[in-house]
Design a protein around this ligand. Structure first.
Ligand code: CMC
Length: 435
């Protein structure tokens, strides 16, 4: 017999079905709650609320597990490529050799962006953050390319996804080149997805960029680690905006905007800024740790803690290993890595971090890798966005295909003034300022 949960309100019992997942938490289906009881649930930050049923990624925050379509992140980071992982996330299966070749060709075929889009870049004020530029450029793609209609043909869907995956990477590299006053480098059919990006970023007629396979591999791993993370803030933004049946580009643009925040994807930039500030003040992390522990100070230790992981972030572990590997390969010594390792050591012995179960997350070491690859600081979150794109596409696809999908419209507990009368301006005698 299926299990149920009983909720008792004022002595009256209400039954709700318990839905079992493949792994992890089961869920109490409260779809009928308001209708049956006249009440709603209140869950700040949605920490206890499942907004959907999903088969894309699985996380277990207690055990530090992350899997894409069932496959452990460690195996994908070791054996897969970013493109193959993107295919897996979007379609649900690893591609056959033919499918992988076909998908790579499709990405190459759609890698150029409309030349008119260059004018957009030229009009942005100097110093505009690339994440803001990227969000609006992706939204603008809809003006240049057709919308994906409901019930599209399979081929149309594949082309639209390939177009987005390929063009986001081109747009990101273009924004870097144009903002630095450098000529745009176009994508090449002869290069892989990651090699193409590095070449578009760093090639020059004066000093041709030499592609290093270890650097390409590091970028593959970096993007695989970021490719999806179940119902995080930006994925939820994509689903919520997408639920209004807006076009895919607009939904992805909403995801990019959400990712920009320093508590989410913007943390990779914030970590390096924090490590730099530690370095500039003599390299001692202690005053920063003290600030992070002070509840009156809004400062948080960037790259530490996670809403779900109450153990090591499995992505953080892989990232740390990659960091050592890349710096050794490039024969680079980064003093920020020394500070990061010292900070990690001190924080992990501190009772505040132990008691609150705060461990380094994916962003803690990722910035040091990006610095080593030559990626400028304000492009760090853009790098996260390129990696997260297959996840956003998969979440959007799953939510739009779900027959139970609805326009997302949460409720609220109203705590404002009770009904009161409008007061004409000449009769308002309030002396305190409200803004
Ligand atoms: N520094 C200091 N205190 C912290 C930190 C931190 N980095 N993270 C959490 N805390 C405190 C938090 O204030 C809470 O204290 P209290 O119970 O007194 O209010 C306690 O530790 C437990 O926090 P939590 O419930 O485990 O975490 P949360 O869900 O409130 O916040 C977070 C999660 C990621 C927003 C937070 O850990 C944070 O701000 N970290 C720094 C920013 C960061 O690195 N973000 C990247 C996240 S990974 C990338 C991604 O997936 O987006």
């Amino acid at each position: 017999m299926a299990k149920t949960a009983t909720l008792t309100i004022d002595g009256k019992a209400y039954e709700f079905p318990i839905i079992k997942g493949t792994d992890g938490n089961d869920a109490i289906d409260i779809t009928g709650l308001r209708k049956k009881t006249g009440m709603i649930t209140l869950d700040y930050g949605f920490g206890n609320t499942g907004s959907c049923a999903s088969s894309i990624s699985f996380m277990d925050g207690e055990r530090g597990i992350l899997r894409y379509r069932g496959i452990p992140i460690e195996q994908l980071a070791e054996q897969s490529s970013f493109i193959e992982t993107s295919f897996l996330l979007i379609t649900g299966e690893l591609p056959t050799r033919e499918e992988l070749i076909g998908f790579s060709m499709m990405l190459n075929d759609h890698s150029l962006v409309h030349e008119d889009m260059r004018h957009f870049f030229e009009r942005y004020p100097k110093g505009a953050h690339p994440m803001g530029i990227l969000a609006s450029m992706v939204n603008a793609l809809r003006a240049f390319y057709p919308e994906l209609p409901q019930r599209s043909e399979h081929e149309e869907i594949r082309i639209t996804f390939a177009r987005l995956l390929s063009k986001l990477r081109t747009l990101a590299a273009m924004s870097f080149r144009i903002s630095g006053g450098l000529p745009v480098v176009y994508p090449s059919v002869h290069l892989s997805y990651c090699a193409n990006f590095l070449n578009m970023m760093f090639d020059s007629t004066v000093r041709p960029y030499v592609i290093d396979e270890d650097v390409v591999q590091a970028l593959n791993v970096f993007w695989i680690l970021h490719a999806d993370h179940e119902q995080n803030c930006s994925a939820s933004a994509v689903r919520l905006v997408g639920s209004a049946r807006v076009n895919l580009y607009a939904a992805i643009s909403a995801g990019i905007s959400a990712l920009w925040g320093p508590l989410h994807g913007g943390a990779n930039q914030a970590v390096v800024e924090m490590l730099q500030a530690m370095y500039d003040s003599g390299g001692d992390p202690a005053p920063f740790i003290a600030r992070a522990k002070d509840k009156k100070d809004p400062f948080r230790l960037m790259g530490f803690g996670h809403s779900i992981y109450k153990n090591y972030d499995p992505r953080g572990k892989i990232m740390k290993k990659m960091c050592d590997r890349v710096l050794t390969k490039l024969e680079r010594h980064d003093p920020l890595l020394d500070i990061a390792m010292k900070l990690e050591e001190v924080a992990l012995k501190d009772s505040y971090f132990i008691d609150n179960r705060l461990y380094p997350n994916v962003d803690f070491y990722s910035g040091i890798i990006l610095r080593a690859l030559g990626i400028p600081l304000d492009m760090f979150t853009v790098m996260f966005a390129i990696g997260r794109l297959p996840g956003w596409i998969s979440q959007w696809k799953e939510s739009t295909e779900d027959p139970r999908g609805k326009l997302h419209r949460p409720r609220q507990l109203y705590c404002g003034p009770p009904e009161r009368d409008y007061v004409p301006v000449e009769k308002r005698n309030r002396t305190t300022k409200v803004i």
